[in-house]
Design a protein around this ligand. Structure first.
Ligand code: F6R
Length: 261
């Protein structure tokens, strides 16, 4: 696991955008896994800048989002499809047919089928080359809340009260936050070839220390990233403040041998 601590969220997002830009230049039909929420917003703004000012070409790129609220149509202002359109999709030259977000408008028997279809779409695209993640204050990735199976696949999950509160800012009232989501599973996320997790601010410090330095377990789902061969955790100072070995991580990054992936 690589731990990269930067002075602020802007420099983290510029770093993450550079990683994506290098991938897309090397592999124009790259498959990106994307997150919503506040953490990736500045990363998406930087990708838009790279597209506009430096001609970074997304025409052949495919994207898969981690999750969507059950019950919200794509047009709903708080749906993740809408979030992605406003914050990224509408500003790049992506082919809309290759921007996948789990379906929110599914119920009953359809749910299992829709989740299997999403997994199949990821397989048919050749798997995810680079997955962007945020982390919940309770350590979730995607919406795999504590106690989620570490081998789980795309499925319906129930949000914790804490996550619903954390996400209330994206809704008119806290009561409107849906209870259920469709989310990629932890097993699905772990199959991405490379993972970049972004975390900013003191409110994430506890979850980040559990993810990086705690034991691996379903009580803190992000801790499974310790088992991934190419996962990087990208932090600002606030999110890194509880890490016991943070000076070591800084030294390692500053002295990274050339050629090390
Ligand atoms: C969003 C997602 C979640 C968020 C996490 C952090 O697609 O899967 O895991 O990344 O809840 O959210 P923010 O970035 O809003 O703190």
């Amino acid at each position: 696991m690589e731990i990269i601590i930067q002075p602020n969220a802007d420099s983290v997002c510029r770093y993450a955008a550079r990683q994506i830009a290098e991938l897309v230049k090397r592999k124009p039909d790259a498959v990106l896994g994307l997150a919503t929420g506040s953490s990736p917003v500045r990363l998406y703004a930087e990708l838009i800048r790279l597209h506009r000012e430096e001609g970074l070409d997304f025409q052949r790129v495919t994207t898969f989002n981690l999750d969507e609220y059950v019950g919200l149509p794509p047009s709903h202002l708080s749906s993740y499809r809408h979030f992605m359109r406003v914050n990224l999709f509408d500003h790049l030259n992506l082919d809309p047919a290759r921007t996948f977000v789990p379906p929110g408008l599914v119920a009953g028997e359809e749910i299992k089928e829709a989740c299997e279809k999403y997994e199949e779409e990821i397989r048919l695209a050749g798997g995810i080359d680079l997955q962007i993640l945020g982390i919940g204050s309770d350590g979730h990735i995607g919406f795999n809340e504590p106690s989620s199976s570490l081998a789980s696949r795309t499925r319906i999950k129930t949000l914790t009260q804490r996550t619903r509160q954390d996400n209330a800012a994206f809704f008119k009232t806290a009561g409107e936050v849906p209870h259920h989501v469709i989310t990629m599973g932890i097993g699905t996320i772990m199959e991405a070839k490379r993972i970049l997790l972004l975390a900013f601010g003191e409110s994430k410090a506890q979850a980040v220390s559990g993810c990086v330095e705690g034991p691996i377990g379903a009580s803190l789902p992000a801790s499974i990233l310790q088992m991934h061969p190419r996962a990087a955790v990208l932090l600002d100072e606030g999110a890194a403040q509880n890490l016991r070995r943070r000076e070591y991580y800084r030294w390692v990054f500053a002295h990274k041998p050339s050629g090390q992936a």
